[in-house]
Design a binder for this molecule. Structure first.
Ligand code: CAO
Length: 422
């Protein structure tokens, strides 16, 4: 018999948010199984099924607002249950999170031998994911982006209790901060003259971001070289012409273009992990952050849609945004939305370095100063201009072989200028 299942008496609360749908069409439901979870101002509550039967259609979705009497779903109610339903209906019990938790705790304490199948315990703790955890614990996990399946429950029959979640968060924070003792305060003036200067805001923020990235991302750096002899010839040939248009054509512009091409070829590099760390978000746009050295410290403006822009446009944008970064400072919007970052120290010097991944990126390319080197080709050493590249990547997302392929691709693109210009 097809029956509409409605929101029972929820203590007069109205327009309460539906935060979880716990069943799907076709699911066989026992009486008192939880159907949906609601979140009011003060509590979360699960709505139990008044009957046994099979779910036909859901009429609510996450984010809907419901009140007493709103239809949640239609259910094909089993015969026995239908007969049962003819009896005076037991008023649905309102389960605030405190009540539910308390009930479960009391039960666990009073009846340690209670069977796992016992109906009240299932009603309170088990849901579609097969994990035993009450609504309050689930809500905390949701708020902190925690995957409950990662937590071993210490409660009765492996139930996950609030303390388990707290302990998990504590452990994660400690491992994130490496749980090392704070550096001792040293009075350096004991050893000679000193002067104390406060760190400016940019340096303090950069410190926080790079520290977080350094301790929370397993970095690996892949070193490689690109033969940019042809690229440099092309650049020099067009430098003056570009200058007439007020544009400074540096190797970085070609590198940006080659990176956008490589990101298209290797989509994993154009992604971010979500907050839970269990999903990869692949981006369909190609915005590249470029580290800029300013008198106040390091900032990373983002050049948008690099794949769609020509060299001259990119060179103009890079010059304008790095000048703004140095003279006026950047707005948060100008530093947001990066997919990948390039840190070029090529104008200054060095042979290689290990760049730290920027924010939610999964990789960063460090570029050092190109140098003429003897390269063995066709049975002889010939002078070629070689560009050192240092690709740091997040090993949770990218494997070494993939990084080596990305790096090879990048080197090949840079060594064949035609592929970049086409
Ligand atoms: N190899 C050899 N020469 C290079 C080169 C390379 N890899 N990269 C740049 N050059 C040359 C340029 O061609 C230019 O020479 P010419 O004037 O003769 O053409 C000169 O070095 C200066 O370049 P530039 O630094 O003005 O321009 P750019 O486009 O290479 O870089 C910018 C722009 C904003 C990235 C750069 O000025 C900058 O701030 N770099 C520092 C980034 C940084 O601090 N990274 C570290 C982050 S971690 O702390």
């Amino acid at each position: 018999m097809s029956t509409e299942i409605k929101i029972p008496d929820i203590g007069g609360a109205t327009d309460v948010d539906v935060i979880e749908i716990l069943v799907n069409p076709g699911d066989a439901i026992a009486k008192d199984d939880s159907l949906i979870t609601l979140e009011g101002d003060k509590a979360t509550m699960e709505v139990p099924s008044p009957f046994e039967g099979t779910v036909e259609n859901l009429t609510v979705k996450v984010g809907d607002k419901v009140s007493e009497g709103s239809v949640i779903l239609t259910m094909n109610v089993s015969n026995g249950a239908a007969a049962e339903s003819a009896k005076p209906e037991k008023k649905a019990e309102k389960k605030t999170e405190e009540k539910v938790e308390q009930k479960a705790e009391q039960k666990a304490e009073q009846q340690p031998q209670a069977k796992a199948e016992s109906a009240p315990e299932q009603e309170i703790t088990e849901q579609k994911d097969g994990l035993y955890a009450g609504p309050a614990v689930r809500r905390i996990a949701r708020e902190f982006g925690i995957d409950l399946s990662q937590i071993a429950g210490s409660g009765h029959k492996g139930r996950i209790v609030k303390e388990d979640v707290q302990q998990y968060v504590k452990q994660r924070m400690q491992s994130g901060g490496l749980n090392v003792a704070a550096a001792p305060a040293v009075d350096f003036s004991k050893f000679g003259d000193t002067e104390t200067q406060p760190l400016n805001k940019i340096k303090r923020l950069t410190g926080q971001f790079t520290h977080r990235s350094w301790v929370s991302i397993p970095h690996v750096t892949q070193f490689d070289e690109a033969d940019i002899t042809e690229l440099e010839n092309f650049r020099k040939a067009h430098k003056q012409e570009a200058e007439k248009q007020g544009v400074k054509l540096t190797p970085l512009v070609f590198i940006m273009k080659a990176v956008a091409k490589a990101l298209k070829e290797f989509p994993t590099f154009n992604s971010s992990l979500d907050a839970s760390g269990n999903h990869l978000i692949l981006k369909k746009y190609f915005h590249i952050g470029v580290a800029v050295d300013t008198p106040n410290g390091l900032v990373v403006p983002v050049i948008r849609d690099v794949d769609q822009k020509g060299m001259m446009v990119l060179a103009k944008e890079l010059a304008a945004i790095s000048q703004k970064a140095r003279e006026k400072g950047l707005s948060p919007a100008e530093m947001a939305g990066n997919c990948f970052t390039i840190s070029s120290l090529g104008g200054i010097g060095g042979t290689a370095f290990t760049p730290i991944i920027n924010g939610t990126d999964v990789a960063i390319l460090g570029v050092s100063r190109a140098k003429m080197q003897p390269v063995y080709q066709k049975d002889q050493f010939i002078p070629r201009l070689m560009l050192p590249m240092s690709l740091s990547y997040d090993h949770r997302v990218i494997d070494g072989a993939e990084a080596a392929r990305f790096s090879n691709f990048l080197a090949k693109s840079l060594s064949d200028i035609r592929t970049l210009l086409l």
